[in-house]
Design a protein around this ligand. Structure first.
Ligand code: CO
Ligand code: ZN
Length: 338
């Protein structure tokens, strides 16, 4: 599982540029499902055929990044954020383009008072070009880059990498597909595109699959770091059951069902209320006439930084939880309307 996590997190794939990571996931999951295909927007859909109701799991493949919007006379690149990019975390980082080209993020020192965090508009990317002409041979306006950082294991249980959000959930679904031998449901594992810019791949793939229940898997913040977020989630205490974030209020029927599946697999889950951000579950829930939707959250520290940290025990439990949900006949459960 560690090798898969390394492979998935290290791949390039900012929103709208998911083909490299998509190919990697497709190759990994293909032997364990009946059919793998890509929809019009680019989401990867792995279908494990079954006679029962349609159950959809989704994890997003895309990661945050930057897009080049200007090249100046000296060959420095200006950029816009793709998704939630924090200025405080961007400075001094390395970014990598699709073809492997690397740049570093610099700042207009003159205009930034010492100790202050400059906005992204005061930053630029230096790709080592010695002038505009050379830069234009290396890069084009519109090219996207992701932040890079290697995958490391800090202790046997704590893994750190860029793009744990949300490749660690792509690992979760891939591992669950490997473990799921039989299901009373018709199961879809969907790897969505463009989540970081507005839950877009989830919207279209949920519409086309039209499931009876949709479960997103995504990372969530933790409240266990010095003066961190006010939330009850801790790293290593198990995956979390989402109750609410800015995109969704999970209905009682769905939460009860998910809790039941967790109990059945003897997994203790943490209650999660995220005070910022959203997930693919939010888009699922408001697709068509409303689709019952919930979310399994993987506790993660330093989200949207190149040092995103997870605990492998949470990951393993999340895999078991997905399998347990898939093994429950969703046709026998009502999710109610609230
Ligand atoms: Co994110
Ligand atoms: Zn995410």
């Amino acid at each position: 599982m560690k090798q898969t996590a390394k492979k998935f997190t290290q791949a390039y794939g900012p929103s709208g540029n998911e083909e490299q990571i998509r190919n990697i996931i497709a190759k990994e999951i293909k032997p364990y499902v009946d059919r793998v295909y890509t929809d019009n927007l680019g989401s990867l859909i792995a279908h494990k055929k079954g006679a029962g109701k349609k159950l959809l799991f989704a994890a997003h493949m895309d990661e945050i990044g930057v897009i080049v919007n200007h090249i100046d006379d000296k060959g420095f690149l200006r950029f816009s954020p793709v998704g939630g990019v924090y200025p405080i975390i961007s400075l001094g980082q390395r970014v990598q383009f699709k073809d492997g080209l690397v740049g570093v993020v610099g700042v207009e020192f003159k205009d930034v008072p010492r100790g202050q965090v400059p906005p992204l508009s005061k930053m630029f990317i230096d790709i080592g070009a010695k002038g505009k002409k050379q830069a234009e041979k290396m890069i084009s306006i519109g090219d996207m880059a992701c932040f890079t950082h290697e995958f490391i294991e800090l202790s046997p249980d704590r893994w750190v990498s860029k793009a744990m959000d949300d490749r660690i959930s792509c690992v979760t679904l891939t591992e669950a597909a490997k473990k799921l031998k039989k299901s009373p449901n018709d199961v879809y594992f969907v790897f969505t595109v463009q989540e970081e810019v507005g839950l877009r791949g989830s919207k279209t793939s949920t519409y086309s699959v039209n499931p009876d229940l949709g479960i997103a898997v995504d990372v969530t913040g933790t409240g266990d770091t010095p003066k961190g977020y006010t939330m009850a989630v801790e790293l290593g205490k198990g995956p979390a059951l989402k109750m609410m974030d800015h995109s969704i209020v999970v209905t009682e029927g769905v939460k009860n069902f998910m809790k039941k599946a967790a109990d059945k697999a003897k997994i203790s889950v943490q209650p999660e209320i995220l005070q910022f951000g959203g997930t693919d579950a939010g888009a699922m829930q408001v697709t068509r006439g409303g689709i019952p939707a919930g979310c399994i959250s993987i506790p993660t520290r330093y989200i949207h930084s190149p040092g995103e940290m997870i605990d492998r025990n949470d990951l393993e439990k999340a895999v078991q939880w997905v399998v347990s949900i898939a093994q429950m006949d969703i046709g026998k459960h009502g999710f109610g309307n609230n």
